[in-house]
Ligand binder design. Structure first.
Ligand code: NAD
Length: 525
């Protein structure tokens, strides 16, 4: 492992003189370099933002799905045109190495490609045959909610935003996007790309600010909320949305587990788990944080993991040559990482590798860290770390590993590593998570064809996949008479004893368990 020096990121929405700031200044977390600034959206403008989104929605929906897909295609083309600029902005603002930024770009553009291909069939109206009252025609359409408020975090600012935005727009909603206050340069660039692609200003609006702006937007009553972020913020959003009966989709934190069985290919597993735990410096909701390893292979597995880290990981600013693991994006996150580690060490954990912030620069760099001898009293065993720390825990039986993994309050993703497909399949079948994999971990985040979403404290609802598009719609059903309307209907007034008896007999026959019984009841014997 090599270390490059890097200065500090100084990013804040607070001004020195105590006055309300008017801009968010963005600087690199790895070098401290000034990157740019965006104007903060004043809270007073929230009603206007919401009114514009509402006014534009019907026109956007009525323009038709073909038109909306055409706009998505233009966005995809504009993303393609700006690929290098997007990647360099990601590297600068998030401190990611180029490969991490490239992977995020890939998943984001593929999400647009997916919705361009699949929106038509996913949103197609569906005819329903009704045995009850079959003289009418019935069908179901997926209708947009109206205005979708999308609130997103800083860690994969492009991917996590483009998925709900693409789906919401395809479905005919207008979108108000509040990106993280720690990812405003990439947000400004994506907004410009949307304008270049011809997305009308009121159909897609970006607002800049911190949590207070997000909270004010919820109070302005959007028709649907799509939130990605931490569990504590998710709880606040669900409570505020519940009060106003706004449906919401929550993609929250996690503490994902990888389970290494005694028959695993240790070399491949170690490489996959090191990548799954350290990609984006562990700042991914689905990062592997806990590694359950069969006791019989624990010693060689740790040795191989340590070698992989030594060989593959070079920590430093994302833009520096050869760097494979970037910076910790915010000071808040660094405090969490250091706090959890100190708590674990004080309670008896053993640090096998890493363990101390890298000094010598102004940037926030933390080395890959391996920890053993942990116990359930430690914060690192309960709370999301969101950093480059992997905790290694031995187990003796497969069912014990499954139980320990399922005991987590979170449930986003998990993986099992084995040479035995049947054993792997049997185990992933029991894991209580949104996505479970054999012999891979975070790849599922790059696949827009799969629904993305967790269970338990990791949230509810789905983004991406057909399910993510359905999530941005409500079902509306319709009906019309099949032929000329009847003078009266069977259920209407007048209620007469004859009508009651006739219907009663029909119902008894209709739901009778056998054909013979149906016939007997119909002919009245
Ligand atoms: P965060 O919860 O601090 O902030 C997320 C967003 O919510 C930001 O835009 C923030 O300004 C806004 N916000 C904060 N308080 C708010 C309030 N009261 N009302 C409305 N909006 C408010 O999360 P973060 O630190 O930006 O991101 C890291 C977290 O996100 C981690 O927990 C990570 O696991 C989670 N995450 C989850 C997924 C997933 O798909 N499940 C993906 C990425 C990140």
């Amino acid at each position: 492992m090599t270390t490059l020096t890097a200065p500090t990121q100084a990013k804040s929405t607070e001004s020195a003189n105590g006055q309300k700031p008017s801009v968010i200044v963005s600087t690199s977390p790895a070098t401290g370099r000034y990157l740019g600034e965006v104007p903060i959206t004043p809270l007073e403008s929230v009603p206007t933002v919401m009114a514009k989104a509402r006014a534009a929605q019907s026109g956007w929906f009525r323009a038709g799905l073909r038109h909306r897909i055409d706009v998505l295609r233009r966005i995809k083309n504009a993303l393609h045109l700006n690929m290098d600029l997007i990647i360099s902005t990601q590297i600068a603002e998030q401190g990611k190495p180029p490969m991490d930024a490239l992977q995020e770009f890939w998943a984001a553009i593929e999400t647009f490609a997916f919705y361009i291909r699949r929106s038509q069939e996913t949103l197609a109206p569906r005819r329903v045959m009704a045995t009850l009252l079959p003289h009418r025609i019935y069908w179901i359409e997926r209708r947009p909610y109206g205005v979708v408020l999308t609130i997103t975090p800083w860690n994969y600012p492009l991917l996590l935003s483009t998925a709900p935005i693409a789906a919401a727009l395809a479905a005919g909603n207008t979108v108000i996007w509040k990106p993280s206050e720690y990812a405003t340069q990439i947000a400004a660039l994506f907004t410009k790309i949307m304008r270049d692609a011809g997305v009308p200003e009121d159909v897609f609006q970006t607002v800049y600010g911190a949590g207070d702006l997000g909270a004010a937007l919820i109070k302005a009553k959007p028709n649907k909320i799509s939130f990605t972020g931490s569990v504590p913020t998710g709880r606040k959003i669900a409570a505020a949305a519940g009060e106003l009966l706004i449906p919401c989709q929550l993609e929250l934190g996690a503490k994902d587990a990888a389970i290494v069985l005694d028959d695993a290919d240790l070399d491949r597993s170690a490489r996959g788990i090191v990548w799954g735990g350290l990609q984006n410096a562990g700042q991914a909701c689905l990062s592997i944080e806990q590694v359950y390893v069969a006791r019989s292979v624990m010693e060689p597995f740790i040795k191989i993991m340590t070698e992989v880290i030594e060989r593959e990981i070079k920590v430093g600013p994302g833009e520096a040559p050869g760097v494979t693991m970037g910076a910790i994006s915010t000071q808040l996150q660094m405090d969490v990482i250091e706090g959890q580690l100190a708590d674990a060490v004080a309670k008896g954990a053993q640090v096998i590798a890493g363990g101390k912030r890298l000094e010598g620069g102004n940037g926030r760099l933390f080395p890959p860290t391996l920890l053993t001898k942990v116990n359930p009293d430690m914060k690192i065993m309960r709370d999301e770390t969101f950093g480059p720390i992997l905790v290694i825990i031995p187990f003796d039986r497969d069912d014990e590993a499954v139980s320990m993994s399922n005991a987590s309050p979170y449930g986003l993703t998990a993986s099992v590593w084995t040479r035995n497909r049947a054993r792997g399949l049997a185990m992933i079948d029991q894991l209580e998570v949104g996505h479970a994999a054999v012999n891979d971990h975070i790849m599922s985040a790059s696949i827009p064809y799969l629904p993305w979403g967790g269970t338990k404290d990791s949230g509810y609802g789905a983004s991406r996949g057909k399910e993510g598009l359905i999530e941005m719609t409500r079902a509306q059903s319709f009906s019309i008479e099949r032929f000329a309307p009847l003078h009266t209907e069977v259920l209407w007034y007048p209620y007469t004893p004859q009508k009651y008896n006739l219907l009663r007999r029909a119902l008894r026959a209709l739901y009778a368990p056998t054909i013979a019984e149906k016939i007997r009841l119909l002919i009245g014997r």
